[in-house]
Unconditional design. Structure first.
Length: 377
């Protein structure tokens, strides 16, 4: 790709953890110059998280530049203001009022740079909750997403930071729309993305399920499905595989391929009948599929155009042949280990977005970025 879509735009990122860095990553991968502002010294504490947070910094920091500033000092605050004046976009995901206290709230920044798009990534948008502290787990519990995900009676957060990452995506969408609006008006504006509102949006289909049917949705683990077959089964050689049969044509293909007379029962004639009869249909299909090897099940599904998937762990994706055919990006970790990470799930003219620069060291670009600003003084 000769030129990336956002080349020429400068983004200042005051963020940590997942939501803000995700927003910055999207803009960086699309070609913007994203400058991550970190605390002086060791930089962003997210760099040093362990356990389930150990991959956060490595996941969201490619294609960015790093500068370190002490915003509590006048010198640091002055350089931050100069950065703001040079920028097209500012991203922040700190607690309400944190940047205002440092003279970097929207009002102060808009005075410095009226064309600035200022994006706040928050736990809650305007309303009674907006001063509350939120986490992905908090909003999953509040929204019903955890209720729908876990076993019956045992709410469970989704196994990835889905709201943080999608909240960052909505922030990026708002920024792109605001940049387009700036083309028309010449003025910047304040845009926001909310974690709780994102979670509520994710469960909106279940809310409408209730509105349409009059019945409160049950957790996905309760096994109630709109489709007759939409489940995990086990092959003869002990491999677990998801199989979906969601249309009448797919049912015809599935039953023809298996050739089992038991599936011709009139109770299973239509999808709605199959859905109502899942208590007998799913054990039957499980027994019939257990006659076949995993290779046989996959062949039946692939040849018939049926949705299927082996149950994998995230670690197994490093060896996934489809991802490795072009969807993986090479990355060097701070300890020098070479690895791979999935790129953004988009392409332009058939081309995927590249890695232009690896993970920056804390303050790696101080001289390049801050030195230039000091020279302008």
């Amino acid at each position: 790709m000769s030129a990336l879509p956002l080349e020429g735009f400068r983004v200042i990122e005051f963020s940590h953890m997942v939501m803000g860095p995700t927003c910055g990553l999207l803009l960086a991968d699309l070609g913007a110059e994203v400058i991550k502002v970190e605390p002086e010294g060791k930089g962003d504490p997210t760099r040093y998280l362990g356990s389930t947070g150990a991959g956060f910094f490595a996941s969201f920091s490619r294609n960015k530049k790093s500068v370190t500033l002490d915003l509590a000092t006048e010198a640091g605050a002055r350089l931050a203001r100069k950065l703001v004046k040079s920028a097209d976009v500012l991203i922040e995901n700190f607690r309400p009022g944190a940047l205002e206290g440092k003279g970097l709230g929207y009002g102060a920044c808009a005075e410095l740079n009226p064309r600035l798009i200022y994006c706040s990534l928050k736990g809650f948008l305007h309303g009674p909750y907006e001063q509350r502290t939120a986490l992905d787990e908090v909003v999953q519990m509040m929204s019903g997403l955890a209720y729908m995900t876990g076993p019956v009676g045992q709410p469970l957060r989704a196994g990835a930071p889905v709201n943080d990452m999608m909240g960052g995506m909505f922030g990026a969408i708002a920024i792109l729309a605001a940049l387009r609006e700036r083309d028309r008006t010449g003025k910047g504006q304040h845009v926001q993305s909310g974690l709780f509102e994102n979670a509520a949006w994710l469960v909106s289909t279940h809310m409408m399920q209730h509105a349409v049917s009059g019945m409160e949705p049950e957790p996905m683990s309760a096994g109630k499905r709109a489709w007759g077959i939409y489940d995990i089964f086990e092959s003869a050689d002990g491999v677990r595989v998801f199989v979906g049969v969601v249309t009448e044509r797919q049912w015809e293909i599935f039953t023809t391929a298996l050739g089992e007379s038991e599936l011709m029962d009139p109770r299973y004639a239509t999808n709605n009948q199959r859905s109502a009869a899942r208590s007998t249909l799913i054990p039957l299909v499980a027994r019939l599929l257990r006659k076949h090897s995993i290779a046989g099940i996959e062949r039946i599904c692939a040849q018939g155009g049926l949705p299927f998937a082996r149950i994998q762990t995230p670690s197994e994706l490093f060896d996934d042949p489809h991802l490795n055919a072009g969807g993986m990006l090479s990355l060097t970790l701070p300890d020098g280990i070479r690895t791979q990470i999935p790129g953004l799930p988009i392409s332009f003219g058939g081309e995927r977005l590249p890695v232009r620069s690896g993970l920056p060291k804390p303050g790696e670009h101080n001289e390049e970025i801050l030195g230039e600003l000091k020279e302008r003084a």
